[in-house]
Design a protein around this ligand. Structure first.
Ligand SMILES: [Zn+2]
Length: 427
């Protein structure tokens, strides 16, 4: 479905459930009765400081502005839940139409802002508009970018107040949901107070690949057979010419991989290779599971409701959900990381020997599970001038230019702000 189609579907579904197909879009008597039960009378799970009243619902209906990022399987489910919970000011950004490397420009930049730092413009825009942000994304990069943006907003507002004390009103909570097949998570982030996305980056492990020996000689799963064809057979046979690499969007390519995978599977009496699975493995698609999306969206919408109404204590702060085999959920308090590159303002130390090369730093920045950058660009200050460390120097040892204790500023698509690192020479 296109974005329009998905939104229409979500709207229609919401309408069927709420309106009873009356065709009316305005409120009718008792429309919010189901919500009022949570807000206008006390109950055992209520926030200890909350006084039941009609104010919370009024705030939700009339004032509270929510930014929902992502309008895919999870995002649309979220929109439906939020709409049914009484939120009316909902803004949606769909990542399908936005290039992650250009988030600032495409998503929040306006002509009147020419000349201002883009990250500042975006921060102002979000800060002046939204009370709560909800992410229902399948992209870790976009999620990290949004996380970095909220930290940036916080930094800017701290600069404005300059009293070093966190002003709670400057905090925009981030509710983040994620799903992958039968697994999912929902978390609540109060920037500057609780663990941010980057604090727990190790929880998003890089792509897991099957061991090569399994693929090459002991396949057990249909996926192993497809990986065999993709990794080993394609480069050997080059079925579409010497320079043609495998394109997951080319049906002829997928057809070829599919046929060869079937042969491989037959050899080892493995069943389950299908065209669809072949495409999924080649394109690294993890199938979306509607029930997982529904459960995670429900958890996220509940958190939005709790925070917007302040009637209930929010999730503290990370819930994992897994229905691969039976049902399992678990909630824990993810902890802030002292030198988190997104929320700590403390430059992380990079330990390298003076004879190391820039390439080794680049490799570290992309491969380390705690950094996981995509295409880092490094600048530093030398003789009082900002210098970009160009590709040409990546094979020269540090001792030809960089000094111990040198600060390196790194820009990457995973963050709207440059991240500072300090080079520490090891002997
Ligand atoms: Zn952090």
């Amino acid at each position: 479905l296109t974005l329009g189609g998905r939104l229409t579907l979500a709207r229609r579904r919401a309408k069927m459930l709420v309106d009873g197909d009356t065709g009316s879009t305005s409120d009718w008597d008792d429309r919010w009765n189901h919500i009022k039960k949570f807000l206008e009378r006390s109950g055992p799970f209520m926030h200890p400081d909350f006084e039941p009243s009609t104010e919370s619902l009024q705030f939700m209906l009339e004032t509270c502005k929510i930014l929902v990022i992502g309008a895919g399987g999870l995002g649309c489910e979220l929109l439906k839940n939020l709409a049914l919970s009484g939120f009316r000011n909902i803004h949606v950004v769909d990542m399908d139409t936005i290039d992650v490397s250009n988030l600032n420009r495409q998503f929040l930049f306006r002509a009147k802002d020419v000349g201002r730092p883009k990250a500042d413009v975006a921060a102002d825009f979000i800060n002046s508009q939204f009370h709560i942000i909800v992410c229902g994304l399948d992209s870790i990069v976009a999620r990290r970018w949004m996380n970095g943006m909220l930290e940036h907003i916080l930094n800017l507002s701290l600069l404005v107040y300059e009293d070093g004390v966190l002003d709670p009103s400057s905090i925009i909570p981030l509710i983040d949901g994620g799903t992958e097949g039968f697994k999912g998570n929902a978390r609540v982030i109060f920037p500057g107070m609780t663990a941010c996305i980057d604090c727990t980056l190790e929880l998003y492990p890089p792509q897991i690949n099957f061991p090569m020996c399994t693929i090459a000689s002991m396949p057990r799963l249909p996926e192993h057979c497809i990986e065999y064809v993709r990794i080993l057979l394609w480069p050997k046979e080059m079925p579409f010419g010497d320079d043609v690499s495998l394109d997951g969007d080319d049906p002829e390519h997928i057809q070829w991989v599919y046929q060869k995978s079937l042969e491989r599977a037959a050899e080892f009496s493995i069943t389950g290779v299908t065209y669809r699975l072949t495409q999924g493995v080649v394109k690294r698609i993890i199938p979306a599971v509607a029930s997982t999306n529904a459960a995670i969206a429900a958890a996220c919408a509940t958190e939005v409701f709790k925070i917007a109404s302040s009637a209930y204590l929010p999730l503290n702060n990370y819930m994992v959900f897994n229905d691969v085999d039976g049902l399992y959920t678990y909630t824990f308090e993810a902890e802030r990381k002292e030198n988190c590159s997104a929320c700590s303002q403390v430059p992380s130390d990079l330990h390298f020997s003076p004879s190391s090369k820039l390439q080794e730093v680049l490799d570290y920045l992309t491969e380390s599970t705690s950094v996981q950058m995509k295409s880092p660009a490094i600048t530093t200050t030398m003789d009082g001038k900002n210098k970009t460390l160009y590709l040409q120097v990546i094979n020269l040892p540090f001792k030809l230019g960089l000094a111990d204790g040198q600060e390196l500023a790194v820009a990457d698509v995973t963050t709207p702000q440059t991240v500072l690192f300090k080079l520490c020479f090891t002997s």
